[in-house]
Design a protein around this ligand. Structure first.
Ligand SMILES: [Mg+2]
Length: 398
């Protein structure tokens, strides 16, 4: 059997671990630019605040709320602590996300789940919900529907029926809006209808991924617990650039900063890339992206930066629109070859990159950075920006 453990409003709970006086209060956690709610407590949700809402909309709805800025370094520390505890319970664990774990278990009693829950509460201080079932999809549905601070075990057919009944298909991980619309057109809106539908029909409608979910909902496990991270197909760095900007120097500076983060990730995973994509999102028109093939596989900062800067005017002309989001994406990944037989980087550029890496390891990320990022003095002054959720390394989900 499989268990799924999921922290309840994790970022908020993490803030409450170090600031216990926040318990019971409506709490909103803000993104790194302080503009949007990225997580909220149940109290704030009850007031009508939703995730993604800008703070200027949230405050009139929930004026008594406390708004705190996110701190991924702290959340990661707690996540690793949680992981250490789950490792005591099971030899086979999938780190599904910063606050979610799947693990195999022999003990499938409700008492076991409740014991794990209180163990986690006592040792980390984070409330979690736990579901136990024969498949990952069912286990996650149970933990989701047991929230907050609940546990559930799927024992029999009657329990499975009850779990799926009247639950919208969008509750299934892997069924997003597009698949849900396809299903709705066929009169399938609940998990129970999905599980009762003809298997071949679901495969025709939603391909093999849909069929896998059909098996999982019917109690046959087809999704394994991934205790090792599968190889990346691509690596991306980017995100919001704070307030939208049409300033060419600032947008370019973000491209450079995200390229620095991307190269750092390539080196961490010891991979090179064959092509690079730059994608920009605008406030007033659809996303625009372009891809370029690099001159051979590379993880070289200068080469990748030149490619990114070459792409920028091809996806955006400064006078046209405001940029608010971007992705720099490395694709066609392959293992880095050893730089030389003696471990010394050969070219001057490689030695400069190596020296830069050493200094930044010693003195902190971005201690040495491109002069092209000078327009981001405000970003670099705020230590919250040194750390982003995708920069968490060494966990299989990242
Ligand atoms: Mg959670």
């Amino acid at each position: 059997m499989l268990a799924h453990l999921d922290a309840d409003c994790f970022y908020v709970s993490a803030e409450r671990v170090r600031h216990p006086h926040l318990r019971g209060m409506p709490i909103g956690v803000l993104g790194n630019h302080g503009a949007c709610i990225i997580a909220k407590s149940y109290e704030m949700k009850a007031a009508g605040v939703s995730t993604g809402m800008p703070i200027w909309e949230a405050r009139p709805i929930c004026p008594q709320g406390v708004y705190v800025k996110r701190d991924f370094q702290w959340y990661e520390m707690l996540s690793r602590k949680m992981l250490g505890i789950v490792q005591e319970w099971s030899p086979c664990i999938e780190f599904y996300s910063i606050d979610e774990f799947f693990f195999t278990t022999q003990d499938t009693t409700l008492a076991a789940a409740e014991h794990w829950q209180s163990d986690m509460q006592r040792r980390v201080g984070v409330p979690v919900s736990i579901g136990i079932a024969p498949t990952k999809t069912l286990a996650k549905l149970i933990s989701d529907s047991s929230k907050p601070f609940g546990c559930g075990v799927l024992h029999d057919e009657a329990g499975r029926r009850q779990l799926l009944r009247a639950k919208p298909v969008t509750e299934i991980t892997g069924i997003a809006a597009r698949s849900a619309a396809k299903l709705a057109a066929q009169g399938i809106t609940t998990c129970e209808q999905f599980a009762d539908a003809d298997r071949a029909f679901i495969r025709w409608l939603l391909t093999k991924r849909g069929e896998d979910l059909w098996w999982e909902l019917n109690g046959t496990p087809v999704q394994p617990v991934l205790s090792k991270r599968p190889d990346h197909k691509f690596i991306s760095r980017g995100g919001s650039i704070g307030s939208a900007s049409a300033d060419p120097a600032r947008v370019q500076a973000f491209v450079v900063r995200n390229t620095e983060r991307l190269v750092e990730a390539l080196n961490y995973y010891k991979v090179m890339c064959d092509f690079l994509t730059l994608s920009l999102l605008f406030t007033d028109r659809p996303e625009q992206g372009e891809r370029v093939h690099l001159l051979g596989s590379t993880a070289d900062y200068e080469e990748i930066l030149q490619a990114a800067l070459w792409l920028l005017p091809r996806v955006w002309q400064p006078a046209t629109s405001q940029v608010h989001y971007m992705h720099v994406i490395a694709g066609g990944l392959r293992r880095q070859r050893q730089l030389s037989l003696f471990g010394e980087p050969s070219s001057r550029a490689a030695r400069v990159a190596e020296t830069k890496r050493h200094i930044n390891q010693k003195l902190g990320r971005f201690a040495v950075r491109s002069a092209l990022t000078l327009p981001l003095a405000d970003v670099h002054l705020d230590p919250a920006n040194d750390y982003d959720i995708c920069d968490i390394y060494g966990k299989s989900c990242f």
